[in-house]
Design a protein around this ligand. Structure first.
Ligand code: ADP
Ligand code: MG
Length: 254
């Protein structure tokens, strides 16, 4: 059974403009897929549509998780089935610590999985798991008691994001690495976290403009995405090819 399957997916903006124009893709447990494409090609639109963002409408095609058609499901129902999109938190929440943010996020998923009835994690269990994951991902304890994203560096934001992923234990992680401002420290955090967490219980889809991050992640499959379509698929070597020749041969100047 395929973990995540996109079958001829078309996505339009609220004004009806079609941005994603028929994408077929299968991601399985234990696999890292990378989607690489120039700015404006529709990568973020694709990731929002996978997560069920209401502003991005699937106009044609279907989306499946473990064979179940989730095309019509809302974002929380998708999360309940194990989908996770990075950047699911606001930029900064003064007064909310990383620890309390993570606990609320976990309790929200537990509630959804419990048929909408509150099922909060016990504080000792939560603390034990948090400390274990922080050690695993080499996140400093000091970070946990700080206010979420308040004055965080790019690398620290990424650490919290990866920590969130480790705590929520999604089955499919979609990471939309926006093209700006990822310093090398942040890149290493993301890449290390993805490699650490992908395995028999998780697969990942990493969406990026830059090859740099892929040098650290070493994806199993690379898909070239231009103008709303996957125009070529291959192994990690495809990223090197792109680095050298850019997207020109696919009709793009970027
Ligand atoms: P990428 O992530 O590959 O840079 P995007 O998916 O962000 O591409 O954008 C693709 C196109 O869709 C762009 O022309 C962008 O301006 C447009 N677009 C995306 N989201 C919105 C939105 N919410 N409102 C208006 N235009 C949007
Ligand atoms: Mg984008």
């Amino acid at each position: 059974m395929t973990l995540l399957k996109l079958d001829n997916l078309h996505v339009a903006l609220e004004d009806g403009t079609e941005i994603v124009k028929g994408v077929d893709l299968e991601v399985n447990l234990n696999e890292v897929h990378a989607i690489m494409g120039p700015n404006g090609s529709g990568k973020s639109t694709l990731s929002y549509a996978i997560m069920g963002h209401p502003a991005y409408e699937i106009t044609e095609g279907r989306l499946f998780v473990d064979g179940e058609d989730i095309t019509e499901l809302g974002a929380d129902e998708r999360a309940q089935r194990g989908l996770f999109l990075a950047f699911q938190y606001p930029h900064a929440i003064p007064g909310v610590t990383v620890t309390s943010f993570l606990r609320s996020a976990i309790n929200a998923v537990r509630k959804a999985r419990n048929g909408g009835v509150d099922d909060p994690v016990s504080i000792p269990d939560f603390r034990k798991e948090l400390l274990a994951q922080m050690d695993r991902l080499k996140v400093s304890r000091e970070l946990a008691s700080r206010y979420l994203n308040d004055g965080f560096s790019g690398g620290e934001k990424k650490r919290v994001e990866i920590l969130q992923m480790a705590m929520l234990k999604p089955r499919i992680a979609v990471l939309d690495e926006t093209d700006s401002g990822l310093d090398i420290d942040a890149l290493r955090v993301v890449a290390g976290g993805v490699r650490e967490l992908v395995g028999p219980e998780m697969g990942a889809l990493v969406i990026t403009h830059y090859k740099r991050i892929l040098d650290h992640i070493q994806p199993d499959h690379v898909h070239v995405f231009v103008d709303g379509r996957i125009v070529k698929s291959g192994g990690a070597e495809l990223a090197d090819e792109l680095e050298e020749h850019g997207y020109e041969e696919y009709g793009e100047a970027a």
